[in-house]
Ligand binder design. Structure first.
Ligand code: USQ
Length: 382
């Protein structure tokens, strides 16, 4: 298939591009390097060496003989999108092209504005480019489990049947996100749902939990192909931060009480989920929502796991609760359902002690590159 990956330079976009190219798909990646720019501006560069897309695509081609076509351009600019869609004519588009950091979106007016403009325009342009040039193209959009927030009822897979005054109807599950970034994903979903209803486009919206890990089949071939693994307070997700802190001898930064509970998944499972969604496309006129995580943990449970495995490896891991920089529930119910991807055939790669030890071992190779100044939270929710 001809697969266009928007945000193909990212932590997930790049490994997805390699996995699809390795399978023999025609892959094009489009990226504006927004994340790299923000990382430089905020002193949040990735742990691992991070050659630019062109350089990584050539390393990948030398090793595999497979080509990944690279376009540097802005998905929030419609002229760029229309050129790419009219020339490449994708059959599937994987839309990762969003400013993905909750803390960055909460820093100030400018960062909120960048997040809002980039994320909504990228989604809007994707919808219009598909409608204008490739109406049958399946849009696979990365949403987030954070769209649902932490409600005191079960989190269903996208939709909720509501009975009101004796009548029933089905609606998008109520959403109440905890940052502007997460809210842009709520707005994306609403916009996609409108265009699905109005124009019959086909969309899968993947509600993904925090991802961890730095190893995929293709990334393991050469260190220049490793996804941009972040441990900073801006782009680093909690498990990746804890693993790096354990290696650096920094006490694990549990925010507040540590009862914050989320659905997590290994980066290799992200690749499998996107592949399953692509091979089993949504129908025309369907917004299919799939909850994308494999295991549920509280922050305290993650910290305990990293400590147990790290101590076993001689790391002497400390855990320290610090004031929570975010406004969020620190103790709450979290019962989230996710059967859709399992039904499509997902076999989860769970967070066993061996998996945790493997990640710690890999991060140890980059110990000298860990900058402690990037670790403590620098953004407080107002
Ligand atoms: N947390 C800590 N200590 C840390 C970092 C985070 O206790 O050092 C806590 C946070 O307060 C939060 C939880 O861990 O309660 C998860 O935080 P996170 O930074 O790993 O995840 P989040 O900000 O929600 O965002 C990440 C990705 C985002 C994705 C989202 C999925 O950056 O792009 O959409 O995970 S989800 O969390 O399900 O919304």
């Amino acid at each position: 298939m001809r697969v266009l990956i928007l945000g193909g330079d990212g932590y997930l976009g790049w490994p997805t591009a390699m996995a699809f190219a390795a399978k023999g798909h025609d892959v094009m990646v489009l990226d504006s390097y927004l994340r790299r720019t923000i990382a430089m501006e905020t002193n949040s560069e990735a742990l691992t060496p991070n050659p630019n897309l062109g350089a990584r695509a050539s390393v990948f081609e030398q090793l595999t003989g497979k080509k990944i076509e690279v376009v540097i351009g802005d998905c929030a600019d419609y002229r760029t999108m229309t050129t790419v869609f009219s020339q490449f004519k994708p059959e599937a588009v994987i839309h990762y092209a969003e400013q993905p950091s909750a803390p960055y979106s909460m820093m100030n007016f400018d960062t909120a504005h960048v997040t809002l403009n980039n994320n909504l325009n990228a989604t809007f342009n994707t919808i219009f480019a598909v409608m204008e040039h490739t109406p049958e193209c399946h849009i696979i959009k990365l949403g987030t489990m954070g769209e649902y927030g932490t409600p005191n009822i079960d989190i269903e897979e996208g939709w909720l049947e509501i009975e009101h005054k004796g009548r029933k109807d089905k609606f998008l599950y109520p959403r109440q996100a905890g940052s502007l970034y997460h809210t842009t994903k709520v707005l994306d979903t609403d916009m996609l749902w409108f265009y699905v209803r109005a124009y019959g486009i086909r969309v899968t919206d993947l509600m993904q939990g925090p991802v961890y890990g730095l190893s995929t089949t293709e990334a393991d071939m050469d260190e220049r192909l490793i996804p941009n693994f972040h441990y900073d307070d801006i782009f680093g997700t909690v498990m990746n931060r804890f693993l790096t802190q354990a290696v650096a001898g920094i006490p694990l930064t549990v925010y507040g009480k540590g009862g914050q509970t989320r659905g997590y998944l290994n980066i290799t499972d992200t690749l499998k989920c996107v592949d399953l969604a692509m091979n089993n496309p949504a129908e025309s006129g369907q917004l299919r929502i799939l909850n994308q995580f494999t295991e549920v943990f509280s922050v305290n449970e993650l910290a305990e796991k990293v400590k147990r495995v790290g101590d076993h490896m001689g790391l002497n891991v400390q855990v320290k609760s610090i004031d929570n920089p975010r406004k969020e529930r620190e103790e709450h119910r979290y019962v989230a359902h996710s059967t859709g991807l399992m039904e499509l055939g997902l076999k989860p790669h769970l967070m066993t002690d061996e998996v945790v030890a493997g990640m710690l071992n890999k991060i140890m190779k980059y110990k000298d590159r860990i900058d402690p100044a990037k670790v403590m939270p620098r953004v407080l929710w107002p």
